[in-house]
Design a protein around this ligand. Structure first.
Ligand SMILES: NC(=O)c1ccc[n+]([C@@H]2O[C@H](COP(=O)([O-])OP(=O)(O)OC[C@H]3O[C@@H](n4cnc5c(N)ncnc54)[C@H](O)[C@@H]3O)[C@@H](O)[C@H]2O)c1
Length: 485
């Protein structure tokens, strides 16, 4: 591998790379073959302090710029990302193991879109005028201050940009902590923002595991934390933020239903199930891992799915023909293998996949289970790997109750030619996002987030602006100020 994967420093503070070798070693492993492609260091308390101090110092001047001025910088960063899409995609592939075929379209490109969208909105963030008789109130939509972003390992570039773009557009500054498993790509975003003209300290990156994240949340300089991660981590981060009544956005896990009615277009439904279970080797929070298939179409669905799965291409992730990559880590593969064993023990029928291809790296073949029932572990717990569970159902009323019978509420999908039913289901499903006749499309224009245990707050769309800023009401009296005495 000749591509440069070792960054100039582990962290990015006040417009340049920073290092403190006293921090614990953080090896970066290429999931394709298990080799070490870089060694970084976890942030020491001194690094955390320097990053927060830089963000704090930069914030007032950044917020004082006109929205269009902040937006211009974000738009410039988007353009640089687009120009370097291939290099950035290769780095994302090395960091995560996701095939280049995917990263070329879904990662740096998605980051660029977020910067374009929120860069464009930055000048349009305004308040309201509210008449109160002859008096009036106006609102100012103000920045929160120093914000913290904490990322998961499945979409390192996208997650960093989905948090940074709206936060910065609103006039906040940010310290971002990537997942310790995939620390490389957020550094590139920081470098590019500097190149695009972001003043030093506006966007900083510090590395480390949960303890570094916890230090960031505890710090009195931080006004808000946005986490993308699992529900157990979400509970800890939410609780820590609550100690200081800090604002939070929680983008957490899911166990989403994907419902295929008898009248669905068979190939569309199979495509939806493939996208909703195997893209990014199943490591997507919104995946529709409980595939409910109505009895009239079930056998045909399983047959067609089996045929389509012959199109899986496992191989060199830098070869654009490869369409399935390895798991991100040995640990994540072990977790998936545990679920595969549990599924078989509990009586689900393994239709295909689940084997481990020969060679180094954290590979596992995408698996489909049929005859899955609601109480089985594989139908209840988030696996975060390429494991599809197919469950049978008879009626709309029945499937709706079963689909909603989970503590999660991130996403849901419905395949049917009856659009009235599609909308009826979308209204009744407990989820932050519903798809009708497609799955896993998350355009930056639409709010994204969860209900129930899947999260709090929203990313993307105008909704994100509301979560990264606060309205201040200014009451203006036009007459005398009355008092009781
Ligand atoms: N809803 C979404 O938008 C979304 C998107 C992607 C992934 N996810 C979820 O992320 C999970 C997979 O990612 P993961 O394994 O990296 O998640 P994780 O919860 O293990 O870690 C997420 C991040 O939190 C940090 N962290 C851990 N403990 C912490 C603490 N006590 N305080 C502060 N930070 C702490 C980690 O270092 C990491 O950066 C899945 O559950 C998936 O569904 C959700």
């Amino acid at each position: 591998m000749t591509y440069a994967t070792q960054p100039e420093g582990s962290h990015y503070i006040a417009g340049s790379y920073a290092e403190d070798t006293a921090g614990t070693d953080l090896p970066v492993i290429f999931p394709g073959d298990g080799s070490t492609i870089a060694t970084l260091h976890e942030a020491t308390p001194d690094i955390v302090d320097r990053a927060l101090a830089a963000a704090k110092a930069a914030q007032p001047a950044w917020a004082a710029l006109r929205g269009v001025e902040r937006g211009r910088i974000l738009l410039r960063a988007a353009q640089i990302i687009r120009e370097r899409n291939r290099d950035l995609s290769i780095l994302e592939t090395m960091d995560t193991g996701k095939p280049l075929q995917e990263t070329l379209v879904a990662d740096a490109a998605s980051a660029a879109e977020a910067l374009e969208y929120f860069g464009g909105l930055a000048g349009a963030i305004t308040g309201e005028h509210i008449p109160v008789g002859e008096d009036f109130v106006y609102t100012r939509r103000e920045a929160l201050g120093v914000t913290v972003g904490i990322g998961a390992w499945n979409y390192p570039t996208q997650i960093a940009a989905w948090k940074a773009a709206p936060s910065l557009a609103c006039g906040n500054t940010m310290v971002f902590k990537p997942s310790e498993t995939t620390p490389l790509c957020a550094l590139k975003l920081a470098e590019i923002l500097t190149e695009a003209g972001a003043p030093p300290g506006v966007f900083n990156v510090v590395q480390g595991a949960g303890t570094v994240g916890a230090q960031l949340i505890e710090d009195g300089r931080v006004a808000k934390v946005s986490l993308t991660g699992s529900v157990p981590t979400g509970k800890k981060v939410y609780a820590a933020a609550a100690q200081h009544i800090k604002s939070v956005t929680m983008e957490l896990g899911g166990k989403s239903p994907l419902i295929v009615f008898d009248d669905a277009d068979l190939d569309d439904a199979v495509s939806g199930a493939i996208n909703g279970n195997f893209y990014s080797t199943g490591q997507i929070c919104s995946n529709g891992t409980r595939v409910f298939v109505q009895s009239g179409i079930k056998e045909r669905f399983l047959e067609r799915l089996a045929e389509r799965m012959k199109g899986i291409r496992i191989g060199d992730v830098l070869d654009e023909a490869t369409n399935i990559g390895p798991m991100v880590s040995a640990r994540q593969r072990e977790i998936v293998q545990g679920f595969l064993a549990k599924g078989q023990e509990e009586g689900a029928r393994l239709v295909t996949g689940g084997g481990v291809p020969e060679g180094a790296g954290f590979w596992i073949e995408p698996a489909v289970f049929a005859d899955v029932t609601d109480e089985m572990t594989i139908a209840r717990e988030e696996i975060f790997g390429p494991v599809m569970s197919v469950l049978d159902f008879e009626t709309e009323v029945e499937v709706l109750e079963r689909a909603n019978g989970t503590d999660y509420g991130l996403s849901a999908g419905v395949f049917t030619r009856d659009l009235a039913r599609g909308h009826r289901m979308a209204a009744a499903l407990q989820a932050g996002t519903c798809w009708i006749n497609t799955y896993n499309l998350t355009p930056v224009e639409a709010p994204f987030g969860g209900v129930k245990m899947s999260g709090v707050g929203r990313e993307n769309g105008w909704a994100a602006i509301e979560h990264w800023s606060a309205p201040k009401s200014v009451y203006v009296a036009t007459g005398p100020c009355e008092a009781p005495f």
